[in-house]
Structures are given as structure tokens and as C-alpha cells.
Design a protein around this ligand. Structure first.
Ligand SMILES: [Zn+2]
Ligand SMILES: [Zn+2]
Ligand SMILES: [Zn+2]
Length: 310
């Protein structure tokens, strides 16, 4: 479902949405996996196997006591630790070199130099900002760098960076390789599905069939008629971006059909397959299509396979 959202262009990147109490969420993924708690693992697995590419989006601070993401930053006095700190800008009068806080230059709407009493009008010419200056309202001391701490707006705990749980938040995109592979299958599967459904088949993409051994086997497409007599049609798709498909998918498909005994088994090799694979397909009674064009598969299904299935 997630791949089809990427491939159909419904989403181009998966970005987290910020929710005040709980922090970042991925609503699209929550809908797909059902359980909001499973979202993290789901995305991690897809990123680990290279289907999704992750990129750092933000970092979230969680309260070490209640786990809430509803936190703010306090800038504290380094002497008495109070956060009742007044912040102001430092201004330097370029002409006379006098530096003081903005309040000391303020005179109504105007900025007047307390030392030489000239008016400051042009920023960067008459005067320049020379950093910031803080005054503590609790102890009266001044400083330029406050000490930050975090405040939980949920349980009112004040905590330091040291105690905070600090977690990565990612933005995800479909990896180029997974996108190429999935879009080939996607382009193949949709028309085949439509073709079979129009002929009254019940189609699953992917579909799972239980074998004689009791094991379940996954196929890219399974199709069966309601009152099936001759079994099910199964299709696997093997894609390579360069060169040719090896005999490996033929062997894998044979192992599955040996257990499942479908009415008809097909392998679509995109774009082509090796001589060895062709020989094996023939030996194992697997119908092989070597093409990028789903219409070629459909006309093949019309003649060979659908007849065999019924
Ligand atoms: Zn808290
Ligand atoms: Zn203080
Ligand atoms: Zn001055």
C-alpha cells in the first residue's frame, strides 16, 4: 500500500506531522499498519532493507518523567539558575564606539547614544548589533550566554539535556532502486489483474496459497475461478534493471508450485532471461514471458494459460 502511494505519485516524500502532545507522527503509515505503536518498527525495517531512504528531519525532546513531547526551553541565569531572565540586544554606536543594551539607547521611537547624544538612524552605518545581553531579574547579575534547560508543559518537570530523551525524526523517500523495481511490477500487475478480473477470476496481488506441506507460499499474482476445477493460476515477476534474469526465480517458483500444484504457473522475466533459465522453465512446465510489455503477457495468457485453467 505504501509503495503504491509512492508509485502513483500520491506522496513523493513521507514527512512526519507534529502533534502537540505526542510529538511527531506519520498518519499515512498509522492507517496502513493500524497500530500507532508499530509505525516506528515498520519504517525502520523498510529503511534497513533499503526500500526507503531516510533523512534527518528533526530531533524531539521527550520528558524523562512522563514521556510527553510538550516541552519548552528555558534560558536560565548561570549564577542563580532562575529562568526569569531579560534578554536584550547590544548596540554599538559606530561613530563614538559606545556599546550598551538597546534600552539605554531608546528614547521614545528614536535611538539616542547615551554618551555623545547623537541620534542613530541607519542600521549598519550609524550603529551595529553587537550581540545579546541578559540580565537576571532574580539576582540582578548580567551575562551573555544563558544556560538552557527543558520544561515539561505536561507534568511541570524541569530537566536538563543530560536527562532528556532525545530522538531522531526522519523524512522518508522511496529509494531509487526499490522504486524502479516496484514500478516495473506495478506496470505489469495492474493490467494483468484487470484482464483476469474481467474474465471472472478472483485475483490477489500478491496472493498466498497453502501447499501440501502446510507451508504458505507467496506469489505476485494468484487467480482462481469460483467453481475452479483445474486449479489456480499463479504468476511471479522477476525484474532486473540491466543484463538478464537468472534461473534463480525459476527455481524459486518451481519449489513453490511443487508444493501448491496450481493449474498453471507463469514467470514474467523483465526484460529477458538466460538460456539456462529458459531450459529450466520448459523442464518444470513453467510458462515464461520475456517482456516489459504487459499486453504481451495478456495475449499469452489468452491463448496458453487461461485455456489450461479453464
Ligand atoms: Zn513530563
Ligand atoms: Zn540570577
Ligand atoms: Zn555615541
Amino acid at each position: 500500500m505504501l509503495l503504491s502511494k509512492f508509485l502513483s505519485g500520491e506522496i513523493s516524500k513521507l514527512e512526519p506531522v507534529y502533534v502537540a502532545d505526542t510529538g511527531y507522527q506519520y498518519p499515512i503509515i498509522e492507517k496502513i499498519v493500524g497500530d500507532p505503536k508499530a509505525v516506528g518498527d515498520f519504517l525502520k525495517q523498510l529503511a534497513d532493507v533499503g526500500i526507503l531512504k531516510k533523512e534527518l528531519y528533526d530531533r524531539t525532546i521527550y520528558c524523562p518523567h512522563c514521556g510527553s513531547a510538550k516541552t519548552s526551553i528555558h534560558y536560565n541565569c548561570p549564577y542563580c539558575k532562575s529562568f526569569d531572565v531579560e534578554k536584550s540586544s547590544l548596540i554599538e554606536h559606530v561613530q563614538c564606539g559606545y556599546i550598551d543594551t538597546e534600552q539605554h539607547f531608546r528614547s521614545g521611537e528614536k535611538l539616542i547614544c547615551p554618551r555623545c547624544h547623537r541620534e542613530l538612524t541607519k542600521p549598519d552605518v550609524d550603529y551595529s548589533k553587537a550581540g545579546i545581553w541578559c540580565v537576571c531579574n532574580s539576582c540582578g547579575k548580567s551575562f551573555d550566554i544563558p544556560v538552557p534547560s527543558h520544561f515539561c508543559r505536561n507534568c511541570q518537570l524541569t530537566f536538563t539535556f543530560e536527562d532528556a530523551s532525545y530522538e531522531d525524526v526522519y523524512r522518508y523517500t522511496l529509494s531509487a532502486e526499490a522504486g524502479r523495481e516496484a514500478s516495473l511490477s506495478w506496470i505489469m500487475v495492474s493490467p494483468i489483474r484487470q484482464f483476469l478480473e474481467a474474465r471472472g477470476y478472483k485475483v490477489e496481488t500478491p496472493g498466498i496459497l497453502r501447499g501440501k506441506s502446510g507451508a504458505n507460499h507467496l506469489f505476485d499474482v494468484t487467480a482462481s475461478l469460483k467453481n475452479e476445477v483445474n486449479g489456480t493460476l499463479v504468476i511471479d515477476i522477476a525484474t532486473v534493471t540491466e543484463d538478464e534474469v537468472t534461473e534463480q526465480p525459476i527455481i524459486a517458483l518451481f519449489a513453490k508450485i511443487y508444493d501448491v500444484s496450481p493449474g498453471c504457473a507463469c514467470l514474467i522475466a523483465v526484460p529477458k532471461t538466460s538460456e539456462n533459465a529458459k531450459r529450466m522453465a520448459k523442464l518444470y512446465n513453467i510458462i515464461l514471458f520475456e517482456t516489459r510489455d504487459p499486453n504481451e503477457v495478456i495475449s499469452g495468457l489468452k491463448t496458453v494459460c487461461v485455456k489450461a485453467v479453464g
